[in-house]
Write a protein that binds this ligand. Structure first.
Ligand code: HEM
Ligand SMILES: Nc1nc2c(c(=O)[nH]1)N[C@H]1C(S)=C(S)[C@@H](COP(=O)(O)O)O[C@H]1N2
Ligand SMILES: [Mo]
Length: 331
């Protein structure tokens, strides 16, 4: 196989690895997030290291004018945007960009690139021959992997030595924002959920075979200091107060707990977590505001922000398994 073909194959594998480890990191709010991100960043850096070779290949391809080349260029541009936004986030040089975060661009560009990547590859034949599995190819691959891990390690050292904001990121890569100061806490949604105005005097929560009024919920005073870590790239620790949901529900015989928002957004939890989940009505010493989930929002310790359902109107227990849902919300 020519060097060009091997470079293309390596890029394909690295892009797939970066995509998968990115989502893997989003699935955790605990240590595995860090390990996924080390692999993720190393794959991203390896792509960067291959760009000089890729630009030679691409320049050759562009000399042949064919109709599909604009889609190839768009694909390349999206990968470059994703890479640039990834480094902007990790170094902390540009974390917020208007109403968006660098992470929004990073993941957004990667998502839009997926159909283009499939098309880009489907238009071409990739043949792997015996010679490609030679000792030399293997050594080159090992060199690239080693170089990428070393280069990634050096970027982390540079971030620290230069005192860039990136040195303060959490193990998930997120930046602290507004901790212990509810008014400074960012408001975020998974995709396009708009903040609803819920009237407390007419609000009811459906849970445990009955309904609860807002005042009834306010009367509870269970507390937990927990960190909301949004996949958008920020985290915020607050003192939450409300009611532990095991006081509202009987989970015997059930398999999972479905927490439903006024907007229809929902997440399902294993019943074993019932003692950890808090339905918060307050943070700091104030009641929730609309943006943060008024009248009541879920606090899900050790889970990423997208599990912290806001504007909760129902909590149901049923026999469906908790894994019978999309791993990431679809709304
Ligand atoms: C085209 C595919 C992708 C490429 C090439 C890529 C590459 C990168 C690079 C180069 C970085 C900076 C690494 C560093 O030096 O710290 C980064 C950071 C990051 N990426 Fe990606 N990425 C891709 C897709 C994704 C996706 C789909 C997700 C999530 C669903 C994701 C999540 C993250 C996160 C959370 C960070 C921050 C890591 C940290 O600050 O420690 N990436 N990515
Ligand atoms: N109903 C509903 N709840 C939601 C979301 C949403 O889009 N709709 N977004 C989730 C995400 S991704 C995060 S990070 C947190 C953000 O909470 P905050 O706005 O209080 O910071 O809410 C979660 N709860
Ligand atoms: Mo989020």
């Amino acid at each position: 196989m020519r060097l060009g073909a091997r470079t293309n194959l390596a890029l394909l594998v690295l892009l797939a690895a970066a995509f998968l480890t990115g989502w893997l990191a989003f699935a955790f709010a605990t240590a595995p997030a860090r390990w996924s991100l080390v692999l993720h960043a190393a794959s991203g850096v390896a792509i960067l290291l291959l760009l000089p070779w890729k630009s030679l290949i691409a320049r050759r391809g562009l000399r042949r004018p064919w109709r599909g080349r604009w889609l190839s260029i768009l694909f390349g541009v999206l990968v470059l945007i994703s890479l640039a936004a990834g480094f902007a986030h990790s170094t902390g040089l540009l974390v917020y960009f208007g109403p968006f975060t660098a992470m929004d661009f990073h993941v957004g560009a990667a998502l839009v690139a997926v159909p283009l990547a499939i098309w880009h590859v489907a238009k071409r034949r990739i043949r792997i021959r015996g010679a490609d599995l030679s000792r030399r190819t293997f050594l080159r691959g090992a060199l690239l992997a080693g170089g990428a891990v070393a280069a990634y390690g050096s970027t982390e050292l540079v971030v620290r030595a230069a005192g860039l904001p990136g040195k303060d990121r959490r193990f998930t890569g997120s930046y602290e924002a507004g901790s212990f100061d509810p008014t400074a806490m960012p408001v975020s949604s998974w995709m396009f959920d708009a903040v609803p105005a819920v009237d407390a005097s007419r609000y009811t929560l459906r849970a445990g075979g009955r309904t609860w009024t807002y005042d009834e919920l306010l009367a509870f005073d269970d507390r937990a200091t927990c960190t909301l870590d949004c996949t958008g790239g920020f985290y915020s620790t607050q003192e939450w107060a409300g009611v532990r949901i095991d006081r509202l529900l009987d989970t015997t015989g059930g398999s999972s707990i479905r927490v439903v928002s006024h907007t229809g957004y929902d997440r399902r939890f294993p019943v074993g977590e019932v003692g950890k989940l808090l339905l918060a009505t307050r943070f700091g010493s104030q009641t929730l505001d609309a943006g943060h989930g008024f009248p009541a929002r879920l606090v899900a310790p050790d889970r990423r922000g997208f599990w912290w359902v806001k504007w909760v109107v129902a909590i149901e227990v049923d026999r469906l398994p908790h894994w019978l849902q999309s791993p990431f919300p679809l709304q």
